[in-house]
Design a protein around this ligand. Structure first.
Ligand SMILES: Nc1ncnc2c1ncn2[C@@H]1O[C@H](COP(=O)(O)OP(=O)(O)O)[C@@H](O)[C@H]1O
Ligand SMILES: [Mg+2]
Length: 322
């Protein structure tokens, strides 16, 4: 493993259910993931619910053993040296794990003890992480009085107590209002600026686009694309045009659209024609000229904005969120 790589997974597979029941039984949640995350990156897992994001994070943080494959995290094998891995990572789970009747500070004291912190060191670290997530002033309040965003921030603080090299954030903005969401982004960016590597999972493409240096798009347990958001969008995000046609489009016309220089593919589905083009604006010029020439009636026309959502649509034919 090169010095620069802090997480390396090779052929990770996870099958849930009874392994002795043989193939065909159980759920194959992760189906052979390989990737490498560089030290200092904010690396995103972007995929819909059920894609296998949490299962993968659980294997990388030694909560679940891989069915197949290997993963090295911060220099140690997750199966052979889980203790070493756990010392170096912080896990902020998707489900909040906080005690509602305890204060923010006492919740953190509890987690700090789990990490083996005691006495003055524990007090100092608790104060530090409360400051890092902007909760110092509310340290003494019971968590049950906190907003969704404050609870999320406290959950993040708990994962930071032992100064991990790598932080796993599993869908940290679910159930959070837009303002707190921005607050969480800023905390993540600040932690990263101070040198922390972050693995961030989300099913919100705008979060992956805004925060992540590189993104692995995951669907049905597989990585279907991996690159910087900019590169993914440039390669795959541009140029989906939806056309409404009243009575369907004749095959001959579909063929003429396919023959346009900018067009990659054309498909017809329930009263709509989807045109995939290398560049939407150029393709549009050709399309409109063709419709004029052939006197074709179009009932609607929509050029989808190039973003990670359209990347996902191009790759899978479906939307990230239904
Ligand atoms: N403990 C479990 N037992 C059986 N199936 C599970 C379990 N946890 C998750 N799954 C299944 O594995 C797949 C991936 O789930 P998950 O990793 O939670 O996806 P994501 O975090 O991307 O939403 C889903 O089909 C889910 O239903
Ligand atoms: Mg999940």
């Amino acid at each position: 493993m090169s010095d620069n790589i802090i997480i390396e997974a090779q052929g990770l597979v996870k099958r849930y259910g009874d392994p002795s029941a043989g193939s065909g039984r159980g759920v194959e949640a992760v189906r052979g993931l390989s990737f490498a995350i560089r030290r200092g990156e904010i690396f995103g897992f972007l995929g819909p619910n059920g894609a296998g994001k949490t299962t993968t994070i659980s294997m990388l943080s030694c909560l679940l053993e891989p069915t197949e494959g290997t993963a090295i995290v911060a220099g140690y094998d997750v199966v052979k040296a889980p203790g070493e891995v756990k010392r170096r990572i912080g896990l902020v789970p998707q489900e909040l794990a906080l005690y509602p009747t305890l204060s923010a500070r006492d919740n953190l004291n509890f987690y700090g003890r789990i990490y083996g912190l005691r006495g003055r060191t524990l007090r100092r670290r608790v104060d530090e992480v409360l400051g890092m997530v902007g909760l110092a002033e509310r340290a003494g309040s019971a968590v049950e009085d906190f907003s969704g965003g404050m609870k999320r921030r406290l959950n993040i603080a708990a994962g930071l107590l032992h100064r991990p090299e790598v932080l796993f954030l599993d869908e940290p903005t679910v159930g959070v209002d837009p303002q707190s969401r921005n607050g969480i982004f800023e905390h993540v960016e600040r932690l990263n600026a101070d040198g922390m590597t972050i693995l961030y999972t989300t099913h919100y493409m705008e979060e992956a686009e805004r925060l992540c240096h590189r993104v692995a798009i995951i669907d049905q347990g597989r990585i279907i694309a991996l690159d910087t958001p900019r590169k993914l969008i440039a390669d795959l995000g541009g140029g989906i045009i939806h056309l409404g046609v009243a009575n369907g489009m004749a095959e001959g016309l579909l063929e003429q659209i396919r023959a346009l220089p900018e067009v990659r593919a054309v498909t017809q589905f329930d009263g709509k024609v989807k045109v995939e083009a290398t560049r939407a604006q150029e393709a549009l010029v050709g399309l409109l000229a063709l419709f004029n020439r052939t006197d074709t009636d179009i009932t609607s026309l929509e050029v989808l904005e190039p973003n990670l959502e359209t990347v996902f649509l191009q790759l899978t034919g479906k939307r990230l969120r239904d």
